[in-house]
Design a binder for this molecule. Structure first.
Ligand code: PAF
Length: 282
């Protein structure tokens, strides 16, 4: 794996491959890599000629400075995981490289997506995400970029930006990877105490309850209400939102829309001081 820390060096390296007709698959990350990220690298490797991963803990997408400070940064371990996964190129820039001092203010109209669910709970978060992903797309110029379904709303936000700016990149959304007991893989899971990790299992359990009940003929609304009662009684879980939505625009479905498919059930909750999100498609 070749590692680059500057935009210019990475651009020069990749442009040679591009001229040789090779396709570039890109996996942007903030590090603290887990099997979810490795599944994205694997998909990039099997779909494109060259896999590029970036590791950059992007300060502009953290609305809580304490969250930014606590974000895990196990860089040696990440590099070893990428080497073992056969990743071709790592981009590891500094904050100064990505945000020069003459940086222009960024404001991107994301419509409702910036105002609901994660957008409402984390003001400015998606502005920071679009700002950095747009920069990375311009540097890497990937043919395909790979994102995990776990950050469902982020996938929609990035797709909206790609469409609005007509960026020449295709997005591929890869299924959420879970531990055997159902917990969605997340870089934040390392901050869960053993007790909180056990309590966090209620989240995926609630999502699977909804899916199973709907498959057995219950309406999504009814299934959600049962799972909501379960979550409200779950020890250690402080629910922020739990909703059944239309995956096209993330609006919550009403009583007259129970037969729409697909649907997405989304949730966010605090468990043992760690904020977790998860979702499932119906
Ligand atoms: O999902 C993430 O890890 C980040 O939001 C991303 C897409 C790498 C942008 O910083």
């Amino acid at each position: 794996m070749e590692t680059f820390t500057t935009k210019n060096a990475l651009e020069a390296h990749l442009s040679a491959f591009r001229s040789a007709g090779k396709t570039i698959g890109f996996v942007p990350t903030m590090g603290a890599l887990h099997e979810g990220h490795l599944a994205l690298i694997e998909r990039a490797k099997s779909t494109t000629s060259i896999s590029v991963c970036s590791i950059f803990v992007n300060p502009t997408q953290f609305n809580d400075p304490a969250d930014l400070e606590k974000y895990p940064r196990p860089i040696e371990k990440d590099i070893a995981l990428l080497e073992a996964a056969g990743c071709d190129v790592l981009f590891l820039p500094t904050v100064g490289e990505m945000y020069p001092s003459d940086e222009e203010a960024w404001s991107f109209d994301l419509g409702q997506l910036d105002k609901i669910w994660e957008g409402a709970k984390r003001p400015g978060h998606y502005q920071g995400v679009t700002q950095i992903v747009n920069k990375l797309f311009h540097i890497v110029k990937p043919n395909i970029a790979f994102f995990g379904q776990k950050d469902f709303q982020q996938c929609m936000v990035i797709q909206l930006m790609v469409d609005k700016l007509a960026l020449p990149v295709r997005l591929e959304i890869v299924d959420t990877i879970r531990d055997a007991d159902g917990l969605a893989k997340s870089s934040r899971n390392v901050r869960l105490s053993p007790r909180a990790r056990t309590q966090a299992l209620a989240l995926s359990k609630a999502l699977f309850m909804v899916k199973q009940a709907v498959e057995q003929g219950e309406s999504p609304q009814q299934a959600k209400e049962e799972a909501l009662r379960f979550l409200q009684q779950a020890k250690g879980v402080e629910l922020e939102y739990f909703a059944v939505c239309n995956p096209r625009d993330l609006t919550e479905i009403g009583p007259e829309q129970q037969n729409i498919r697909p649907l997405v059930v989304i949730l966010a909750a605090w468990v043992g001081g760690v904020r977790l999100i998860d979702n499932i498609l119906l």
